[in-house]
Write a protein of this length. Structure first.
Lengths: 116, 117
């Protein structure tokens, strides 16, 4: 069965420090991987996605993620966190339209707190 | 300009009442989805809709739920008799498969917060 694990429920980092949010997935085919960010009471904003090719993908707001097939991971990183990055981050996995109708399976989320 | 608009943004309803949540995607989108997020929990798939019919639904999507695209534009989720546990944020999503790989787009609307009292 498809699943996504985000091991860290909460993470607190200082402003200006680097960030890495972990995501591990279980998927029976070539995964399509996504990171979304959600501010309180708001919708889901796509940060970045991976389908194929270069395993290091760049997203918006200075985020990047690296796909490691051998580790079934898709960790999100940012070199220098800003206070405005405080939010909840969701990793999601899906498949191709032909294979799986591309519904997404989400992780439980990681709440990022930024301290000044 | 958002690609997927949801209305209303917030709805409060009495238990047992019917609610209709609306999603207005761009007209050439083919694949539509509803997801829900109970407060403090993960986002969960409810149903996918392709070519004017349900293509997949989850265990959550029981007989109380229905979806349709009555006028070829709005995509609606109806809950016939709401329960307290239906209180959640409901997200509409669309995929516009304009190509393979990098053109694969999965966009969520801003959500409707449903509160059942």
């Amino acid at each position: 069965a498809q699943s996504v694990t985000q091991p860290d429920i909460h993470i607190t980092v200082s402003e200006g420090a680097s960030l890495e949010l972990r995501c591990n997935y279980s998927y029976g085919a070539t995964p399509y991987l996504f990171w979304y960010v959600q501010s309180p009471g708001q919708g889901l904003q796509l940060l970045l996605k991976y389908f194929s090719g270069d395993t290091l993908v760049q997203g918006i707001k200075g985020f990047e993620a690296e796909f490691k097939r051998s580790q079934s991971s898709f960790n999100l990183r940012k070199p220098s966190v800003h206070w405005s990055d405080a939010a909840e981050y969701f990793c999601a996995v899906g498949g191709s339209l032909a294979e799986y109708g591309n519904k997404l399976v989400f992780g439980a989320g990681t709440i990022l707190r930024v301290k000044s | 300009e958002p690609e997927v608009t949801q209305t209303p943004s917030h709805q409060v309803t009495q238990m047992g009442q019917e609610v209709i949540l609306r999603c207005v995607p761009i007209s050439n989108h083919l694949y539509f989805y509803w997801y829900r997020q109970i407060l403090g929990q993960k986002v969960e798939f409810l149903v996918s809709f392709y070519n004017n019919e349900i293509s997949e639904k989850s265990e959550i999507f029981d007989d109380q739920f229905s979806v349709e695209r009555p006028d070829g534009s709005n995509f609606t989720l109806k809950i016939r008799s709401t329960k307290l546990e239906d209180s959640a944020m409901y997200f509409c999503a669309r995929v516009a498969p304009t190509g393979v790989g990098a053109n694969y787009g999965y966009t969520f609307g801003s959500g409707t917060r449903l509160t059942v009292v």
